[in-house]
Design a protein around this ligand. Sequence first.
Ligand SMILES: NC(=O)C1=CN([C@@H]2O[C@H](COP(=O)(O)OP(=O)(O)OC[C@H]3O[C@@H](n4cnc5c(N)ncnc54)[C@H](O)[C@@H]3O)[C@@H](O)[C@H]2O)C=CC1
Ligand SMILES: CC(=O)C(=O)O
Ligand SMILES: [Mg+2]
Length: 655
Amino acid sequence: MFSAQSLIPRIPKRHALVTRFPVHSSHFRGCTAVSRRQAHQFRNMSHSQNPQDEQAQKGSKFSHLPLSTSGPLECALKGTVLLNHPYFNKGSAFTKEERRDFALHGLLPPQIQSLEQQVQRAYEQYCSQPNDLAKNTFMTSMKEQNEVLFYRLLHDHLDEMFSVVYTPTEGEAIQNYSRLFRRPEGVFLNINDMDSVKRDLAQWGKPEDIDYIVVTDGEEILGIGDQGCGGILISIAKLVLMTICGGIHPNRVLPVVLDCGTNNEELLKDDLYLGLRQKRARGDKYDDFVETFIKAARELYPRAYIHFEDFGLDNARRLLERYRPQMPCFNDDVQGTGCVTLAAIMAGLHISKQKLSDVRMVVFGAGTAGVGIADHVRDAIAADADISPEEAGKQIWLIDKPGLLTTKSESLSDAQKKYAKSHDDWANEKTDLLAVIKEVKPHILVGTSTKPKSFTEEVVREMAKHVERPIILPLSNPTKLHEAVPEDLLNWTDGKALVATGSPFDPVKGPWGKDGKEIEIDVAECNNSVVFPGIGLGSVLSRANRVTDKMLMAASKGVAEMGPALRDDTAPLLPGVDVVRDVSVRVARRVILAAMEEGVVEEKDVPTNEEDLDEWIREQMWDPVYRPLKYVEGNKASRGAKGDLRVLGNPNDVE
Ligand SMILES: NC(=O)C1=CN([C@@H]2O[C@H](COP(=O)(O)OP(=O)(O)OC[C@H]3O[C@@H](n4cnc5c(N)ncnc54)[C@H](O)[C@@H]3O)[C@@H](O)[C@H]2O)C=CC1
Ligand SMILES: CC(=O)C(=O)O
Ligand SMILES: [Mg+2]
């Protein structure tokens, strides 16, 4: 059996390992082949000199593309340092000329292999891992060694590997972060050292080098709660999806964890825990820390889009509301989940032949995701029915631990208050889920409660009594926290329920076809991963300076129109991973068009014609292929290197 570790090449001791690096990082201390200054240049040298030549090579019709993703890469690394750089390393695929020019002789076995052969070998190694967590660790290791191979392997086996590099297995990896830790990746910011935040962030590049930042404070990870600094892995996982699904260049992203302590007692007691061993900071200190991070990120990387992930209930929405009016930022749990859930609902209503304006929806679990979904669906109802959002909110009922949210419920947040029902109307009623279902007769039931099995047979049968095709979306992750599983939902409703789930499930068979014929129903995964890559891609390419509600609504429509259920009512409500890049292009197109209408686009070269727009988007998406390497000396490259991914519109940007 192979161990992931055995894939890391042995290197002479005097060379430090170079991973995805901060540009004047201590990673480079003791690295004889790479000076700190050179390190700064390498990020830029990873881009080719003349994007327009490349466009000619690709046969592009665009005279100028802001980001180009093909053509030779300039590289000043040689020998073992090059082999240990995941972005440049090609392992056994280095060509004869590259082996000569980059001093690789004697460091590689003689056979020169193709990327396809490497993928074949890597896949065999992957399959030989004993369980999903070991597979996840193998993939992490692969990413640290050779990014192109990692992404190509993932690309070629995405359907099989999605749940290993993302939920649910990534959740397990996060819970075990301090035990599985081998090598750091990402930015660890420390609340006890706020003065260093800007310095720590500044190591990662020049202002134009970073397009996309995912930041978490680790408080509410994927339904598994407070994971402290292990939350860095959710930032990394979301960025992997950003690259594989949205084509964002893997060297132009930054995963960040804001370490504010943790309230997870197990971690606090664990000697191996790697994060700050203190209770979570709250109040002014926490806010100052977030503000310091945001200010530094904006100053250092003014073009970067900031994606908030898995913040705790108290902070997620508050931070989003504070920063949204000032910059392109997005909270995936609030907005991404809202967008994808609305898309699933739209596809479901297409089958049930109902209008959005007429629906009643119950959301079980009125936290970050639940209220985010409620808001997005409320706005869509309001637009469809041409009524105010307040009026539309009357069609939505939120339930949390104590039951239905009413005007007498204690300690409601402002966001929840908008949905609180009159206490007088409910004073003599029970307000648990079953009672609310009986009373409200909803068309849609959403679960974001983390309470497994809460959609009981009784609840589901009650719902199905009143509506022909109930739309039921148990979204809590990971899999074991789902409010119900598809098999039960379909069995309890004679195959009538229109179901999508937060994590992937196998298709379900049952006698629900014409004349009792057995059919297989493929249930869609309703996860924000379907939509956030396209929203991010559209925002980054158009350099949108805000992410507006209209852009988000457009994203939902983009996903819904690609739902297989629109063409076949036994097909999944949402598109699957097999078409994930097409979905991202569609969503990005919709988002850019909406951003144009909103006047928030800053990129000058965005085509206005829809067909051109698709091509323009696709040409700027990064693909996992090896690009030829061209050796340049550090200094020379520093004068001439022009980022192939940079906007060249500004003459000052061209040296
Ligand atoms: N499928 C997807 O794309 C997404 C799924 N999620 C999942 O949704 C779940 C919730 O996530 P967040 O909203 O971020 O967490 P959260 O902690 O903000 O919200 C959970 C809410 O459920 C409530 N709750 C807990 N037990 C309950 C019970 N027995 N009855 C009724 N309500 C109960 C809590 O009081 C809280 O208000 C998690 O499992 C998460 O993984 C979150 C974001 C996206
Ligand atoms: C999917 C996701 O973002 C979550 O479960 O938190
Ligand atoms: Mg999340």
